[in-house]
Design a protein around this ligand. Structure first.
Ligand code: SF4
Ligand code: SF4
Length: 291
């Protein structure tokens, strides 16, 4: 019987809820194994000494969370990061564009609707939101926002039966049904600004679709439904920096956009889920932050 720990850091729990989509498979996993610690599901106060598989959701934002993750790591045989916050820092990682103190003040003091205008009592904040692999070794990742149920099932079922989980080598474009003809629009379009050709590749029409830079395996549901992929599954196996890969894919489009392409206006598109994990950002670390 495998001892499983399930923990959401930074108050996260959505990716754990995504696991409910496993339906009867989840029941089988939970009855054949032992859930030893899972604050969202069971009342267990202490982190157990012996854990076979630790499944961690959410990124690291406080010093206390680093202490917790280190303790779990030293007590666990296998650690899995689930969801893009745990894997790459996720959308909360875009907060790294600003100083933590400035953010806290803006949210809790300067907002007119904030009661009393006082900062909340919080554990000591880290200077930035970071993925868990910044502090501990991670053995497997299940990216996505939220992660695909099929990925959760494949990883857990493989590991619990002593096998290696499959590795996805594709990008989102590989399963996208939209037609690519190799020519690009001469302007960038936001999804609310124009009606897209329902058959044609969104990137070729000028929409910033992150498909070429994003790990496949989801079946491309967003571009299939008319929305550009926003990159929730993080980088492909072949290219570790999602934003840089996308800039490379955008070369043909940008060269035709007459009004230019402002990188600073598109950080939240290129690195929506992976800003804290970006090689480009690490290169410029120490630079000035926005106020
Ligand atoms: S860029 Fe987007 S729309 Fe075009 S093929 Fe890739 S996933 Fe589909
Ligand atoms: S198409 Fe892109 S945004 Fe949509 S689920 Fe797949 S990776 Fe995530």
């Amino acid at each position: 019987m495998v001892k499983i720990l399930l923990l959401g850091l930074s108050g996260d729990s959505g990716c754990q809820v995504a696991a409910l989509g496993l339906h009867d498979k989840l029941v089988k996993i939970l009855t054949a194994n032992e859930l030893v610690y899972a604050p969202t599901l069971i009342d267990a106060k202490e982190i157990p000494e012996k854990i076979d598989v630790a499944i961690i959701e959410g990124g690291l934002r406080t010093e206390h969370e680093i202490e917790v993750i280190k303790k779990i790591r030293s007590n666990s045989s296998i650690m899995i990061a689930i969801g893009s916050c745990a894997c790459f820092g996720g959308i909360p990682g875009l907060a790294n564009l600003k100083e933590g103190k400035i953010l806290l003040n803006k949210i809790y003091v300067e907002q007119k609707g904030t009661a009393l205008g006082q900062l909340p009592l919080v554990d000591k904040l880290l200077p930035e939101q970071v993925p868990i692999h910044n502090s501990v070794k991670v053995d497997y990742t299940i990216p996505g926002c939220p992660p695909e149920v099929g990925d959760i099932a494949n990883t857990l079922v493989s590991l619990l039966s002593g096998n290696q989980p499959p590795i996805n080598m594709t990008d989102v474009c590989e399963k996208c049904p939209r037609e690519r003809v190799g020519t690009y629009a001469n302007k960038l379009i936001r999804i609310h600004e124009d009606v897209s050709d329902p058959q044609r590749c969104l990137l070729e029409q000028g929409f910033l679709c992150m498909g070429p830079a994003t790990m496949g395996g989801c079946g491309a549901p967003c571009p299939s439904a008319g929305m550009p992929c926003d990159g929730c599954r993080g980088p492909t196996i072949q290219n570790s920096d999602q934003g840089l890969t996308m800039l490379d894919a955008l070369t043909s489009l940008i060269s035709q956009v007459k009004d230019g392409f402002d990188l600073s206006q598109n950080v939240g598109v290129l690195y929506r889920y992976t800003y804290p994990d970006s090689n480009l950002v690490k290169l410029f670390k120490g630079g000035e932050k926005n106020e």
